[in-house]
Write a protein that binds this ligand. Structure first.
Ligand code: ADP
Length: 267
């Protein structure tokens, strides 16, 4: 049952979240107007789960719930909403620390094929749930690219997560990697989902931008995934984009500079 200990844990979680949130604001925007805009966006996204947590906690406090099942259901909702809040704040934190000045960029030569496979594996359950087919297209031998693997894995995860989320059940996702003119590695994730209208394709990489707000809301997305991906790819000196047609699907791609051992003297 919920007692002083559980309240204390909840309170601690909130304190930790607000500390991180404040840190994110401070890092992310130095200009006052940009900061205000961000706060408006974030508050909007925080308000819904917070209001829900608040009302459930109040109901528990009032001791009006007599049956165990309702009780557990309330606790479960509180936990889900807390996780959702935590996820949003985590994303904000990642984004802000990436964009904070003095970010250490320390890439190493790394083979993308391993990364593609291991990222894919981490989504096996979700793929199975929607009965999605996956095809991998890449040459037998791929050059290593300059990257911070954990961050590129995050880019891939964000793209894959979206591809899965916006795919119809039983659809196909194609993961591809190939070299471009011996200079760039190009990785793409293609889905057979609903696609994105041309007018929206440039905006989806903005923070908090969601094409269909109600649709994304139900799945808990905050519109930060692509902004984070873009930030990471740009840090690596690559590019990110999408080709999409409504009703047919989307192809999200990004490039990474291929590793060359012969660096110029000025590097
Ligand atoms: P979210 O958390 O909402 O998924 P993202 O930054 O990852 O945030 O994506 C921003 C928006 O771009 C999404 O809300 C969705 O409208 C659109 N989008 C992203 N990926 C796809 C996709 N594969 N197919 C269709 N729409 C997509």
């Amino acid at each position: 049952s919920i007692g002083p200990v559980e309240y204390k844990i909840l309170a601690q979680q909130f304190n930790e979240m607000s500390r991180k949130l404040k840190e994110s604001f401070d890092n992310l925007y130095s200009s006052e107007s940009a900061r205000r805009e961000l706060i408006a966006n974030v508050s909007h996204d925080l308000r819904t789960p917070l209001a829900s947590i608040q009302s459930f906690v109040e109901a528990l406090e009032d001791d009006v719930i007599k049956d165990e099942i309702t009780f557990q259901r309330y606790l479960h909702t509180i936990r889900l909403e807390t996780v959702r809040l935590g996820g949003l704040i985590h994303d904000l934190f990642v984004l802000s620390s990436m964009e904070a000045q003095g970010e250490i960029f320390d890439p190493q030569p790394y083979h993308a094929d391993e990364l593609l496979i291991s990222t894919l594996e981490s989504f096996s359950l979700h793929l199975e749930e929607k009965q999605l087919k996956v095809e991998i297209e890449m040459p037998d031998k791929l050059s290593a690219a300059n990257m911070m693997p954990a961050q590129i894995k995050r880019v891939l995860s964000n793209l894959l997560q979206n591809a899965i989320q916006y795919s119809p059940n039983g659809g196909k996702i194609v993961l591809s990697a190939h070299e471009q003119e011996n200079t760039y590695l190009r990785i793409s994730v293609t889905d057979e989902g609903e696609g994105i209208e041309a007018a929206e394709t440039s905006r989806i990489f903005e923070r908090f931008y969601r094409v269909d707000k109600s649709r994304s809301k139900s799945s808990g997305g905050a519109g930060l995934g692509l902004a984070i991906a873009k930030s990471i790819v740009q840090l690596h000196g690559g590019e990110i984009g999408v080709r999409s047609s409504t009703g047919e699907g989307s192809c999200f791609w990004f490039t990474l500079p291929i590793y060359t051992s012969r660096k110029t003297a000025t590097d």
